[in-house]
Write a protein that binds this ligand. Sequence first.
Ligand code: FES
Length: 217
Amino acid sequence: MESPFDVLSIDPGADDEEIDRAYRRRILEAHPDQGGSIREFQAVRAAYEEVTSHASRELSDPEHVEGGENADEEDGEDARVEYLNYEVLADHGWDLGDEDLFEKAADADLDTADYGRILVHSDESMLEAAENRGFEWPYACRGGACANCAIALAEGELSMPTNHVLPPEMLDRGFRLSCNGSPTTDEMRVVYNVKHLPGLDELRLPPRPFEQAYSDD
Ligand code: FES
């Protein structure tokens, strides 16, 4: 049986950067639409999780938390998150940069799938919280290797222990990955489903095989 290091094609002594780089390469190679398979993709993910959990490196290391300056202050607290589906913006002539975007959404009688509030527990990622409350937000890898789960921050902050794809300029513009990010502020406003925006669209993985795979779990 292959070791997780073999699956990732790295030396057991590889450092964090080498592990991340190898994972980024292998997760793309393993994608069914890139010649891989769901089984191979899941093996790569499992290998990465095993290697990184042995090192216990990211979740316990504040240097790996991007955009999480308030994490210490807010650790362990539930967060109230107001969410809005990016898809409804065009229908209403709204823009992501509108200062009163959420006020307009609150007055628009939107479906709860598109707009509402959820409480995110401290042990949940943003994506998990949405799913645990019955919503279907986009995702593909759940491992920080695509932009399918990206959200745009309008208020508040999200930790992001695993990010292999979002470059600094996208982080500066307020984009985060919801699949492994947890709120670090009591209140947040986020626009989800922003994966087709320029700069994110080209970082997406095709989602269908993974949605099917994980919905069967
Ligand atoms: S689903 Fe791929 S990084 Fe979140």
